[in-house]
Design a protein around this ligand. Structure first.
Ligand SMILES: CC(C)(COP(=O)(O)OP(=O)(O)OC[C@H]1O[C@@H](n2cnc3c(N)ncnc32)[C@H](O)[C@@H]1OP(=O)(O)O)[C@@H](O)C(=O)NCCC(=O)NCCS
Length: 149
């Protein structure tokens, strides 16, 4: 990789960078959506901080992974260890940053005693499914059912 990338825990000040990257990836700005996520995953006392960012030498945030690990009154809940969103700035994609983020995220959760992490991916998003498959994720035996109203 030509740029040195550092992975660190996400902080409240990373909000603008996350909204900017998500905008570049998806083509739409979703500040309200990320405001809710930040309140839960970054600032809430009920969740162990697990979300991470990837930053360059000059401190520019170029990627992130967000997920939740619920702690509550009964301690760490395995069922609630999720990888919720991952995004890498398109200018920095295909350099291994996504893989780095996933590996650090898994190592961090493992240290906290988590044995399994779940994520939901759109069946039609072949690129993302390929990415997760390449990063050792496989289909769960639990399937998500839905009924249209
Ligand atoms: C999925 C995503 C996170 C991957 O990030 P990334 O930093 O590009 O990931 P990596 O570089 O680790 O790997 C991506 C691919 O690039 C390849 N790659 C890595 N370094 C490379 C290099 N130097 N040259 C060519 N290819 C390379 C990897 O092998 C991988 O290829 P594969 O898909 O064929 O397996 C990124 O594409 C993204 O943000 N996509 C949109 C995410 C999204 O939709 N999120 C919504 C909810 S989860």
């Amino acid at each position: 990789m030509e740029t040195n990338i550092k992975i660190r825990l996400m902080r409240a000040e990373d909000f603008d960078a996350i909204v900017r990257i998500d905008h570049k990836v998806l083509g739409q700005r979703r500040p309200e959506y990320y405001k809710l996520k930040f309140e839960r995953f970054v600032q809430s006392k009920d969740y162990v901080p697990t979300s991470l960012v990837a930053e360059t030498d000059d401190g520019t945030v170029v990627g992130f992974v967000m997920g939740e690990l619920y702690i509550g009154e009964f301690g760490i809940s395995q069922e609630k260890a999720t990888l919720d969103t991952i995004g890498v700035d398109p200018d920095y994609q295909r350099k291994g940053i996504g893989e780095l983020l996933i590996n650090e995220y898994m190592a961090h959760l493992k240290k906290l005693g988590v044995e399994k992490v779940n994520t939901l991916v759109d069946w039609d998003d072949a690129k993302l499914i390929h990415f997760f498959s390449a990063n050792k994720f496989s289909p769960s035996k639990l399937i998500n059912l839905e009924r249209v109203l």
